[in-house]
Design a protein. Structure first.
Length: 445
């Protein structure tokens, strides 16, 4: 993409409405624009990152054996009356009437809708196990939408639902989700710690939230510092293996890590004092096992091996895709702007032309652009007629991890400059070597 032809409305001033750094940087980098409280338009740069996050979530869900689909945003109130949640959900639910005066709602989550689909089409234990998911816009009429996309009213969420014959099978699905979530967050450059949580309006005895530690996080968390030493890395897990998934769950959840809702001071005090941590975190996902809560209420039964009809065991599993963008920025920025982890960056590499209109510099930039593109990478070329300082400031603000700077002086010596956004370190290289190096970095992902 050439910046002269892009739509990147960066802001020079700090927007006064933004209280936390991720919100400020997303507005300044021209990624989002508020349309009303807690509701945002995703401008091209923000949309590009959102798509990358969505893709990672899809890839990891499919890798775990879960099946993608798409359910509507608007739902009929009748299904929610069946489960009993139409009245329970309260003011967070946006209720709508259609022209026939029928009660509709903008879905805050999809347990009822998916259970209705399941009961219409599945009748035998032979069709289990089954996990269906979608990534769709949700609406919760939050009393206090704030911090930009962190606590929106409209937000983008992956929600998945498992259907199993027995509790044991459903707990395997729970563990499998935990494993796939660890992989998902690590690919986004994040450490998200599974913490024992509370079921809230979804319900259920087994539930973990995934928290990214950040001072601006809305949740207070208590943990043993040893949990932050754990990384998933590139282990090759067989998602069908009950033992392997169970082992990962035990490894990642046996140390004390809880949100304030489930915090137990006595247990916390058993941790050696130098490892006790009280901090804040951003909740980027939550998994639940809730047994037959919805299947009983909505009569989602299958015929078991013995011929008897039994309600299925279920769980639901969510990832806050739009919130993740804020969490990544909270975890990865400096005073100049965002620093995207390579796995989610909107463009792989920036190209800055120090002397637009100089024949040689223009040609060298065009050649870099073509070479990077030919290797399957997406460069963002700042080809505007602007001063170098302004170009650098924009690149730093939008946070591409790598930048190639091209100027007549370097070209005389046959070199361009390759700079890491994270370390600020630069090296001079022939243009082809710079392209090669950038390609190698991304090939490792
Ligand atoms: N049905 C279950 C799992 S699919 C469910 O709705 N879980 S949830 O309520 O925990 O939401 C899943 C994730 O969505 C949360 O972990 C959080 O990351 C994200 N989320 C929830 N509310 C908001 C909000 N108002 N703005 C942005 N993200 C949100």
């Amino acid at each position: 993409m050439r910046l002269s032809r892009y739509f990147l409305p960066v802001l020079k001033e700090n927007p006064s409405e933004a209280q936390i750094v991720s919100h400020r940087l997303m507005l300044r980098a021209g990624m989002i624009k508020q349309s009303s409280a807690g509701i945002y338009s995703w401008l091209p740069l923000g949309f590009k990152v959102l798509r990358k996050l969505e893709n990672i979530v899809h890839e990891e869900q499919v890798r775990a054996g879960h099946i993608p689909m798409l359910m509507p945003t608007l739902q009929s109130a009748d299904l929610w009356r069946e489960s009993g949640r139409y009245d329970d959900y309260g003011q967070e639910m946006l209720r709508i009437k259609d022209r026939h005066d029928r009660d509709m709602l903008f879905g805050p989550t999809n347990e009822e809708l998916i259970t209705d689909i399941f009961r219409a089409h599945v009748g035998s234990y032979k069709d289990l196990p089954l996990t269906l998911y979608h990534i769709q816009w949700k609406f919760r009429d939050e009393i206090r939408p704030r911090f930009g996309v962190m606590r929106g009213r409209e937000f983008f969420m992956k929600d998945g639902y498992n259907f199993d014959l027995t509790k044991e099978d459903a707990l395997h699905a729970y563990n499998r989700h935990l494993v796939s979530y660890l992989r998902t967050y690590e690919r986004m450059g994040l450490q998200a710690i599974p913490m024992r949580a509370d079921g809230g309006p979804i319900g259920g005895d087994y539930t973990h939230e995934f928290l990214v530690l950040a001072e601006t996080g809305e949740s207070e968390v208590f943990y043993d510092s040893a949990v932050t030493d754990l990384t998933f890395g590139d282990r090759d897990i067989d998602y069908d293996s009950v033992e392997q998934c169970q082992a990962v769950l035990e490894e990642f959840t046996s140390k004390y890590a809880r949100t304030d809702e489930t915090h137990d001071e006595a247990l916390f005090n058993d941790i050696p004092e130098d490892r006790r941590r009280v901090a804040r975190g951003i909740e980027v996902g939550q998994i639940f096992y809730f047994g037959t809560k919805y299947s009983e209420a909505m009569n989602a039964v299958v015929q078991g091996p013995d011929g008897k009809q039994v309600p299925v065991h279920m769980g639901s599993h969510g990832i806050g895709v739009s919130r993740l963008m804020g969490a990544i920025i909270e975890a990865s920025h400096d005073d100049k702007g965002i620093i995207w982890p390579e796995g989610v960056t909107p463009y792989h590499c920036g190209i800055v032309n120090l002397k637009q209109g100089d024949e040689e510099a223009d040609a060298a930039c065009d050649a870099l652009y073509s070479s990077l593109t030919a290797l399957g990478l997406e460069p963002l070329y700042d080809d505007r007629n602007e001063r170098a300082g302004g170009k650098f400031a924009t690149m730093d603000l939008i946070g591409l991890p790598w930048r190639i700077t091209v100027g007549p002086r370097g070209l005389k010596n046959g070199v361009v400059e390759l700079t890491s956004r994270r370390t600020g370190e630069s090296e001079e290289l022939p243009p082809e070597a710079a392209v090669q190096k950038v390609a190698e970095i991304y090939a490792e992902l």
